[in-house]
Ligand binder design. Structure first.
Ligand code: FAD
Length: 303
């Protein structure tokens, strides 16, 4: 059995594995796709002390660092069940059952996509999901934000300070964001809000985004906007489906943790984008992974 079994191989999982292994305890990592969301990222400019890097480079660095230690790395393995028996059992899709004294869940999240033509083709070429990450790439340019909830309106306010103009497209007839945010967005001269707008296509020239097409749901009329960037803000979905019913999740499916990374299941810790932390970033996930591993170690020496 392991002392610490980490489920997930993104920044949170990698940090947890390194912190656990440095305590000299038996550490394993199970990851469906090592690297996680970082694998899909082009420019990374907010990983403190590294001015600029990219996803594949950072993922290679994560893997090398993990493998510097005595860690069992099980790649392309998906966990489907976590259960507390005498030890904690993690069942994999292939039927194998791994046992560990403690578990760190770091299965991350995925951005909800629009599912319209052009979205996949222009990902990282103008279609973006993270304003904190990619906002500065569109400095002085025209952008749109898809989604008028809190994250969409926050993104619009954030981007308005950087880009030339922001158009917010909301599907329903009113914005779902908090009033203070809506007021703030409406007060900005370079933000336009369009409700009852259904995005139908991402337009591009083969190399990058040039605009988008939407339908006015009230009149049925088709419109086009000229844009350099499109920020999709219609939800971040935690990869926690396999945990439903076994530990406490928020309404949105985020694993609830305390300051030590503890979940509601004894001996099970969690970190990163799969949890209810308010901000989802690489550096934040790494810190959370370290916290969860230290929390797990603390648990081991007390039990
Ligand atoms: P993830 O990176 O999502 O990793 C989750 C891991 O768990 C993966 O290995 C996955 O395969 C695995 N997994 C999931 N389910 C299972 C399962 N059932 N069993 C086993 N393994 C499983 N942040 C920044 O700070 N700067 C940026 O510039 C930046 N740009 C971004 C650009 C894009 C396009 C995206 C999508 C995100 C970006 N982010 C950026 C956000 C950042 O990538 C995330 O906050 C961070 O990766 C979260 O780390 P994590 O380890 O919690 O989860």
């Amino acid at each position: 059995a392991y002392d610490v079994l980490v489920v997930g191989g993104g920044p949170a999982g990698a940090a947890a594995a390194i912190y656990a292994a440095r305590k000299g305890i038996r550490t394993g990592v199970v990851a469906e796709r090592f690297g996680g969301q970082v694998s899909d990222t082009m420019a990374i400019e907010n990983f403190i002390s590294v001015k600029a890097t990219d996803g594949p480079k950072l993922v290679a660095g994560l893997e090398q660092h993990v493998l510097d230690y005595d860690v069992d790395l099980m790649k392309t393995q998906k966990a489907v069940r976590v259960e507390k028996k005498e030890l904690i059992e993690v069942e994999l899709e292939n039927g194998a059952v791994l046992k560990s004294k403690t578990v760190v869940l770091a299965t991350g999240a995925r951005w909800r996509e629009m599912n319209v033509p052009g979205e996949q083709e222009y990902k990282t070429k103008g279609v973006a999901y993270c304003p904190h990450c990619d906002g500065p790439l569109f400095k002085g340019k025209k952008t749109a934000v898809i989604g008028g909830g809190n994250s969409g309106i926050e993104a619009a306010i954030d981007l308005a300070g950087l880009v030339e103009h922001v158009t917010v497209l909301e599907f329903s007839d009113k914005l779902r964001a908090d009033d203070v945010l809506v007021k703030k967005a409406k007060s900005l001269p370079n933000v336009t809000i369009i409700t009852e707008a259904q995005t139908t296509e991402v337009l591009g020239n083969g190399e990058h985004v040039t605009g988008l097409a939407y339908t006015d749901r009230k009149t049925g009329e088709a419109h086009k906007l000229e844009l350099a960037g499109i920020f999709v803000q219609i939800g971040l979905v935690p990869n926690s489906e396999f945990l439903k019913g076994s530990l406490e999740l928020t309404e949105r499916g985020e694993v609830i943790i305390d300051t030590h990374g503890r979940t509601s299941m004894e001996g099970v810790f969690a970190a990163g984008d799969v949890t209810n932390v308010p901000y989802k970033q690489i550096i934040i996930s790494m810190g959370a992974g370290a916290t969860a591993a230290l929390g797990a170690f603390d648990h081991l020496i007390r039990n």
